[in-house]
Every structure is written in C-alpha cells, then in structure tokens.
Design a protein around this ligand. Structure first.
Ligand SMILES: Nc1ncnc2c1ncn2[C@@H]1O[C@H](COP(=O)(O)OP(=O)(O)OP(=O)(O)O)[C@@H](O)[C@H]1O
Length: 290
C-alpha cells in the first residue's frame, strides 16, 4: 500500500499541493489535472526526488526519507522529460541503469533483454539512442522503470510521444502490471485507459478534486451536461459565456457539449449522458469557482 499523509508542497512563491492524504492499493491509478496542477511535483515527492514541505509518504511500511534506500529499491520511476545518454545503445543504457539500481551483474543482462522485449524495443538494440525518436526513447524510459520488478511503478506521462497503436499496447501493459503492483500514471485523459484504470485522481488548485473509480467520476457530472447544435452566428454570440467540453464543427454548424447546472438558453438544447471528459471539465470548473 502506498500511503500519503497530509502532503503539502510549497515553493518560494506559492503552494502547489495542500494537505493531500490518500492510500493506493495494488492496481492501476491515474493522476490527472490541468497543466501546472502539480502532477509532476506529486510524483517527484513519491519518488523521493524532492521532499514535501510537510507530510509523510510510505510504501508497505517503508517511510521516506528514513527508509529511502529500501523504498527506492522497490520503486520504478519514469520522470517527465526522461533524459538519455545519446552515445549509448538502449542495451548499454539499460545495463548502466541496472548497475545503478544494484541489480547483480549475473542477472542484469537477462533482465535488460526481458524489459526491452516488454517495451518492444528489442529490434533496435544496435542503434545509439541519438538516432531514436521521442516515442522510442520514451519506451526506453518505461523499460528502465521495470528493471527492478518494482512494487510501485510511477510513470509521469508515459504515453506522450507514443502513437495510437503503441498507446493501446502500453495501456494494456500497465493494466497487466497493475495486477501485482501499484501503478500510478500521470496523464491527460486518454480514452484507452478509462476501461482499464481502477481509480482516477484529479488534482487542481492544490487539492484532489476527485479520487475514486472512473464511473463515479463520470457520475459527478450527471444532469450537468447538455448538447446543442448552433449556427456560426449563435456560436460566436455565446461562446464566451459557455463552459464547453467538446466542439465539433461541420458545414457551418457547431455541435457542442456544454457544462451547466441549469438548462442553457439555446435552441434545441438537450440533456445528455456525461463522459469522462465532461466530468473532468465539470470538476475543474467547480474548482475554478471556489
Ligand atoms: N522547483 C520548483 N520551484 C518553483 N516552482 C516549481 C518547481 N517545480 C514546480 N514548480 C511549479 O509548480 C507548479 C506545478 O508544476 P508541475 O510540473 O508539478 O505541474 P504538472 O501538473 O505536472 O504540469 P504539466 O501537466 O504541465 O506537466 C507549476 O506552477 C510549476 O511552475
């Protein structure tokens, strides 16, 4: 179990996270929120890269910073903007990381082969990383996170740079991995993950605005979502007053989904079932109005 107890993080100018407590069991957990909400900051605290201003983090009874070495031996972490050494091949790079993680030399080579296979990068083993695309480098980053078979896998936007087919593969991989460990991914909302995740947390304005199953998050927006089809003139008149969760323009007509606690005064407006994107916009707008 990963336990966060009253975590607050303030930088010189302001606080980014304010008094967050939660317990995460084995499973796939998503951390989402607008840009700058503090997702990376929270993951860096959980990875022991930075210390919280106040509060405690523990994994299966190991506390940061006192049990830092043991804690980190049980953790895999993909930081945002994962850096690579361009002159190394993926194999060399992963062997170097295996050494840093204290994986015995006798098993390191086999482990490197295994994680390269899992991350689907085995066929590129001869190329130096300088020649790899962003997506391929991201896969090396995911692979290094798996080297020590961690109980806690922290991944900061692991799907960025991956194409739809790769995203589908890695979402399923994270889901499989989560049957035996705690997997926490920071991500913008990705449809592939919604059917797989056990819980979602929405971080906004220092607080967790939601934590729980995705179906429950979707339900928070029930009866606050509306659909309308507007002419270009109506759209231009109204667009600055509305909270719009999606927009589709076709042949001069604008099909929009609107978040509102009262029925919008628009022609042909009807109430619709919420989606996860609607619930996200609804909860962020609630946070904005506080
Ligand atoms: N070391 C630091 N010193 C000062 N401010 C910082 C530091 N690290 C992060 N911040 C600030 O904390 C806030 C949250 O940043 P963070 O990167 O954690 O957000 P995020 O939710 O991951 O954003 P994004 O989705 O854009 O990656 C930002 O305003 C950022 O400028």
């Amino acid at each position: 179990m990963l336990e966060l107890s009253s975590i607050t993080k303030c930088f010189k100018k302001s606080c980014v996270i304010n008094d967050i407590s939660l317990s995460l069991p084995k499973g796939l957990h998503l951390l989402t929120g607008p840009n700058g909400a503090g997702k990376t900051t929270l993951l860096r605290i959980l990875a022991g890269v930075i210390a919280p201003t106040t509060g405690q983090v523990s994994l299966n009874g190991m506390f940061l910073p006192n049990d830092s070495v043991r804690f980190k031996a049980h953790m895999g972490y993909l930081p945002q903007n994962f850096g690579i050494y361009p002159e190394m091949t993926a194999q060399k790079f992963l062997k170097y990381f295996a050494e840093l993680k204290g994986i015995p030399a006798a098993v390191a080579s086999a482990k490197v082969e295994e994680v390269m296979d899992i991350a689907q990068i085995s066929s590129f083993h001869n190329k130096t990383l300088r020649d790899w695309t962003k997506g391929m480098r991201q896969k090396v980053g995911i692979a290094q996170g798996l080297l020590n078979d961690p109980d806690l896998l922290l991944m900061d936007e692991p799907l960025s740079g991956l194409d739809p087919e790769e995203r589908f593969y890695f979402c399923n991989l994270f889901s499989q991995l989560s049957s035996e460990r705690i997997v926490l991914l920071s991500t913008h909302i990705v449809s592939e993950l919604t059917a797989l995740a056990d819980s979602i947390m929405l971080l906004h304005k220092e607080k967790l605005r939601f934590k729980g199953p995705i179906s429950v998050m979707i339900d928070t927006a029930r009866s606050f979502v509306w659909r309308a089809i507007l002419s270009e003139g109506e759209w231009n008149d109204k667009k600055n007053e509305l909270i719009v969760s999606s927009l589709r323009a076709d042949k001069g007509l604008y099909e929009i989904r609107i978040i509102s606690d009262v029925r919008p005064e628009l022609t042909g407006v009807c109430s619709v079932e919420p989606t996860l994107e609607d619930a996200y916009i609804y909860l962020v707008s609630q946070g904005d109005s506080k």
